[in-house]
Design a protein around this ligand. Structure first.
Ligand code: GLC
Length: 740
């Protein structure tokens, strides 16, 4: 029988091609082929396509052992796998699928979040680069490597707008701003999928986690999300709509409940909005075991009810819970779920398999594994990773121009302090794909290599396991002391929420002790989230946020420390000055009693400023830039007219550098409360000393809009302000009136 299916599909595709309709797969209409296969399938085989299993090689959730997998595949009970990363095993599983009655190929997926083999900075770090082309390139390389392993699909980009740094998964996204998350979503989707995700050198992307998972109350992973309908549309939906408009192939729903219903069983999200209003034609995969976990949510008595909730709400594929493969047949035979609903999910999944060309050649992704050992290809990918790394490093402080450290006689002796200087594993961070620790350039190696004429001395400073301080040697012989502090690779990521995001007290104490030497102290802060380090801040002359930068971490950090690369990154997420501020973000609302530390009855705290230690959009350079006040092409605009904002930026310093000129808006009076400012644009400008460049932003009334009380996207006439500057807290403004 399987031969009949394959004969049909090949004949049909030959017919289409012969008819001169040869096109990349993505443009082909495979509905005829899909229906021809669907009509040959039994109900059990249809349900098998909705069943996704994880390999037992690695688990990315609570362990669910699953045996006899090849047998299940041969019986047509599985449509997809995740977490198989060995090409030989992938081939073996695909061969088993070809032995099934229908011979329908498997889809293979993995969390390729910031690289497959070449590991890039974590997404939050890369977002700090504000270099959209760079982020597209790194996703493209990740896709080239993932598809060379034989994978078809990555569970990325994660596009959850993240405001609460206690939530460990902020590392996976693009920070606190909705508009910026939307821009990053688009380029990451395009990076993974290319112009045509059916190209075997690309992978399908996955917009996750749909939706508002990052708004978990108190930053506790998996916790309830209780937000207004307006916040859902204003803050959390837009990046997913942007990903959809960019052609993202798949969606993944989220663990959290919203309006009292877990996203996996939430019809409003999946059917009314995503598949209905937004007309999404791809398929939705559940998150790990999230169908069965509706039992723990206590909205389903048992897996059968959970399966009914999920399929009825619009969830198409069941990741590892086995609820679908176990119960959907009964639910259909009992008339509780229609076979038509099953058919819709199967169609969506079969369509992707046709578009990926897997029916024509189930092994078409298995021809490039030799690239994984090609030294020149690897070197090229690593050079991009190094560039991504240095462009992700945020210079937070540089008193007395301690940095850069030049490899001249003046800096003859440097101390490198802290075990993170020599750690390889920690540089990869969480969700490191098939990145290999042995490939990582440590910070120590990077600096040693970059400063051949300088004496480098390593001092442990603290124990990496228990963080206890270790006695320091005499520090008087050093010209500069560089210390690495912050989170280990397993302190941010999934199921890594924290109540305390302070850098460990012992590490902050170490910085104080190092400074007691009177020598310049440079602190490298590592981690997967905004961290608090107010205790040590006064004792560090220079501070760099270096995130987890991946395979080329050491070289990237050395490039910045030595001035080979002048740091240009900006924070995509506010860094609190105190834990008690969390969640703290730049686009808060005025309230009826706007913040005024001079007056009592106003928005804020009596014991701390409401402002973060370092705000969204903040980042220093080794040079100084001057941004001019914004100028408008006129003072009044009608709806539909473009609004041109002109400013300029000048390099007033001594070295070449790159500034990210930022644009924000304010709707002065609106029918619903809106943030005090809203990020709406940026332009990166690289200037030599003394050089000046005009920067122009063009807005339309669409850029000024928001979701009103009826969740309609509107732009209301009235006064607006636009702001330009180098961070959300350093801006110059000008007003205009928008009329009907
Ligand atoms: C995990 C994560 C999700 C990931 C999936 C598969 O639990 O929530 O982001 O893609 O399971 O690994």
């Amino acid at each position: 029988m399987k031969h009949i299916v394959r004969v049909i599909t090949v004949l049909l595709s030959l017919f289409v091609t012969a008819a001169g309709l040869a096109q990349p797969y993505a443009q082909k209409d495979f509905s005829m082929e899909v229906d021809s296969v669907l009509n040959l399938m039994t109900l059990e085989e249809k349900i098998g396509q909705l069943n996704q299993l994880s390999s037992n090689e690695r688990f990315t959730g609570p362990v669910i052992q699953n045996t006899n997998q090849l047998e299940q595949v041969r019986e047509g009970k599985v449509g997809s796998f995740l977490n198989i990363t060995r090409p030989d095993i992938l081939v073996q599983y695909q061969e088993a699928a070809m032995q099934s009655r229908m011979g329908i190929p498997l889809l293979f997926a993995l969390d390729v979040i910031h690289g497959m083999k070449t590991i890039f900075p974590i997404p939050l770090g890369e977002a700090a680069s504000f270099d959209l082309a760079l982020m597209e390139s790194s996703a493209q390389i990740a896709a080239l490597e993932a598809s060379a392993y034989g994978l078809h699909w990555t569970f990325a980009p994660m596009i959850d707008v993240s405001r609460d740094a206690r939530w460990g998964r902020v590392m996976e996204g693009a920070g606190e701003d909705t508009w910026y998350n939307s821009q990053v979503a688009v380029v990451r989707v395009k990076g993974f999928q290319g112009e045509d995700y059916t190209d075997a050198k690309t992978v399908m992307a996955c917009a996750k986690h749909f939706v508002a998972y990052s708004a978990a109350i108190a930053g506790k992973d998996y916790n309830t999300v209780d937000i207004s309908r307006n916040s859902l549309w204003e803050v959390y939906f837009p990046p997913f709509k942007a990903a959809l408009d960019a052609g993202v192939a798949t969606f993944m729903n989220s663990f959290n409940d919203l309006d009292g219903m877990p996203a996996t069983g939430n019809k409003y999200l999946q059917t009314d909005i995503l598949k209905g209003k937004w007309n999404y034609q791809g398929f939705i995969v559940s998150d790990w075991n999230s169908i069965a976990e509706m039992i723990q949510h206590r909205v389903a008595e048992n897996p059968k009810v959970a399966a009914k909730l999920a399929i009825t709400a619009g969830n198409d594929m069941d990741m590892v819970s086995l609820a679908y493969i176990t119960h959907l047949k009964d639910l259909v035979e009992e008339g509780i779920v229609s076979e038509g609903r099953i058919d819709d999910s199967v169609r969506r999944i079969l369509l992707k398999k046709f578009e990926l060309g897997l029916f024509e050649d189930p092994y078409r992704y298995f021809s490039r594994t030799k690239e994984l050992e090609d030294e020149s290809i690897i070197a090229n990918y690593r050079s991009v990773a190094r560039d991504a790394g240095r462009k992700s490093i945020v210079l937070l402080k540089n008193e007395n121009k301690v940095l850069p450290i030049l490899d001249t006689k003046k800096s003859t002796s440097i101390a490198l302090v802290g075990p993170l200087m020599k750690s390889q594993r920690d540089m990869l961070g969480a969700w490191a794909g098939r990145g290999e620790t042995k490939d990582v350039v440590t910070v120590y190696e990077g600096i040693e290599h970059a400063l051949p004429n300088t004496k480098i001395t390593y001092i442990e400073g603290y124990n990496l396991e228990n963080n206890e301080l270790i006695a320091l040697p005499d520090l008087s012989k050093f010209d500069v002391i560089i210390v690495a502090v912050g989170e280990r690779h397993n302190e941010s990521g999934e199921a890594r929420s924290k109540v305390d995001i302070n850098i460990k007290a012992s590490q902050q104490e170490l910085v104080k002790r190092l400074k007691s030497s009177g020598k310049p102290v440079v602190a490298l802060v590592m981690g997967g989230r905004p961290v608090v380090f107010s205790e040590m801040e006064p004792f560090a002359d220079a501070i760099l946020m270096t995130w987890w930068l991946g395979t080329e971490a050491g070289n990237a950090i050395a490039d910045v420390l030595t001035g080979k690369y002048n740091p240009s990154a900006k924070l995509p997420m506010s860094f609190p000055g105190h834990l008690g501020q969390v969640p703290v973000y730049y686009n808060y609302k005025s309230t009826g009693r706007p913040w005024n530390p001079e007056r009592r009855y106003t928005f804020g705290y009596i014991d701390h400023t409401i402002l973060p230690a370092y705000p969204f959009g903040y980042g220093l350079s080794y040079t100084d830039f001057e941004i001019a006040a914004p100028v408008l092409d006129k003072g009044r605009y009608a709806m539909g007219e473009t609004i041109t904002i002109t400013t300029s930026v000048e390099n007033k310093g001594q070295v070449k550098g790159k500034e990210t000129v930022q644009l924000y808006i304010q709707d002065v009076v609106s029918s619903l409360t809106r943030p005090i400012i809203e990020f709406r644009g940026f332009e990166q400008v690289e200037l030599n000393p003394g050089e000046k460049r005009t920067v122009r932003f063009v807005l339309t009334d669409k850029d000024l809009g928001f979701y009103n009380a009826e969740t309609q996207f509107v732009t209301e006439p009235g006064e607006f302000k636009v702001f330009v500057g180098n961070s959300s807290q350093n801006l110059q403004e000008i007003s205009f009136v928008l009329s009907e």
